[in-house]
Design a protein around this ligand. Structure first.
Ligand code: NAD
Length: 331
């Protein structure tokens, strides 16, 4: 029996997590779900979007399955997602983006994995006003965090039979911060002779990904570029509705889709549950439930390929739960 902390999340989060849970349960994996609320819904009651019981549960179960949480723009509380990743030291954010047959996209052969550093960079949110008319944000890059994320990317490449790792940076301009990241990336990748290693400047990387994504394999980068490039990669394979993610640390992991809480669709049974379901596949692999993971991924691919019971973003008219039920039935 596995214990998993379930955080339904904000906006469309409760809908996609319920849909994914239906599919995981159809695969018969023995899971005890410890459901805990975080985000906007608990803000008024607890004065924080991340009450202690959430972290306590995650520290106990060491595995989280999480819907997206809303972060107010400009003012208000800081990101719960960032706080969670930092509190549990979930240093590697892994976001695979691959094309599934049946999804309309200009690209046919995309199979990328973005490995995003999850704990530092501009995402540390260390910023302040300098008088009323200027603001400053501090970008932190450390040798330790760079080393472990590049090592994670190389180990991932080896264990997933992938052949190339590309480090993404802006070291031509940020010679100290991104310069350090690149120097460390070269050193670490040098200890993996079986993996081809190269680097790209982030702006060029974005253009190359749009023009010839099939040339790339595993991409490793600091936090902010990872945030942006993983949404770009989602766009290559059919949008945010289909791209899963995992936040991995030494002693814990939290699985969540790349997409946010899509508040405009909340409560409409409209958004695509695939990203959350495939995040569940990543979680089952982490738990060693390989057979169930494979069956769920195949069932999801089959339902997408048939195109009969898919959500609006894939050209269909099915609701979130109907699509999940079709996948569960196949499982
Ligand atoms: P979003 O990902 O919620 O939505 C952007 C657009 O993508 C949507 O309007 C919709 O058109 C599409 N989309 C997203 N998910 C989809 C799905 N499952 N199926 C079909 N289409 C989908 O991004 P946003 O509007 O920029 O952010 C909304 C909130 O989510 C913000 O508060 C943001 O901070 C938060 N957010 C949270 C996470 C997280 O919890 N990890 C990640 C990103 C954004």
């Amino acid at each position: 029996m596995h214990a998993v902390t379930l955080i339904p999340g904000d906006g469309t989060g409760p809908e996609v997590t319920a849909a994914a849970r239906l599919v995981i349960e159809a695969a018969g994996v023995p899971i005890t779900w410890e459901e805990v609320q975080a985000g906007e819904a608990v803000m008024a009651k607890y004065g924080t979007p991340l009450p202690d019981y959430v972290l306590e549960s995650l520290r106990r179960t060491r595995v989280g399955f999480k819907g997206p949480l809303t972060t107010p723009v400009g003012t208000g509380f800081r990101s719960v997602n960032v706080a969670l990743r930092r509190e549990l030291d979930l240093y590697a954010n892994v976001r695979p983006a691959r094309t599934y047959a049946g999804i309309k996209s200009r690209y046919e052969q995309v199979d990328l994995v973005v490995v995003r550093e999850n704990t530092e960079d501009l995402y540390a949110g260390i910023e302040h006003m300098v008088g009323p008319d200027a603001a400053e944000s501090i970008k932190i890059i450390t040798r330790r965090a760079s080393e472990r994320i590049v090592r994670y990317a190389c180990e991932y490449a080896v264990s997933h039979q992938r052949h190339k790792v590309t480090a993404v940076h802006k070291a031509n301009i940020m010679k100290c911060t991104d310069g350090l990241f690149l120097e460390v990336a070269r050193q670490v990748a040098g200890t993996y002779p079986q993996i081809e290693f190269e680097d790209r400047i982030v702006d060029n990387m974005c253009m190359q990904l749009v023009q010839k994504p099939e040339r790339y394999d595993v991409l490793v980068m600091p936090n902010l570029y990872g945030d942006i490039v993983s949404d770009l990669c989602a766009g290559l394979v059919g949008g945010l509705g289909v791209v899963p993610g995992a936040n991995i640390g030494a002693g814990a992991a939290v699985f969540e889709p790349v997409h946010g809480s899509s508040p405009k669709y909340a409560g409409q049974d409209k958004v695509n549950p695939t990203a959350m379901i495939l995040s569940g596949v990543m979680m089952l692999e982490y738990l060693g439930e390989w057979e169930a993971a494979r069956r769920i991924e195949e069932a999801t691919a089959a339902v997408i390929r048939e195109g009969k019971t898919v959500t609006y973003d894939l050209g269909g008219s099915a609701g979130t739960m109907a699509m999940a039920a079709a996948i569960a039935a196949r499982v």
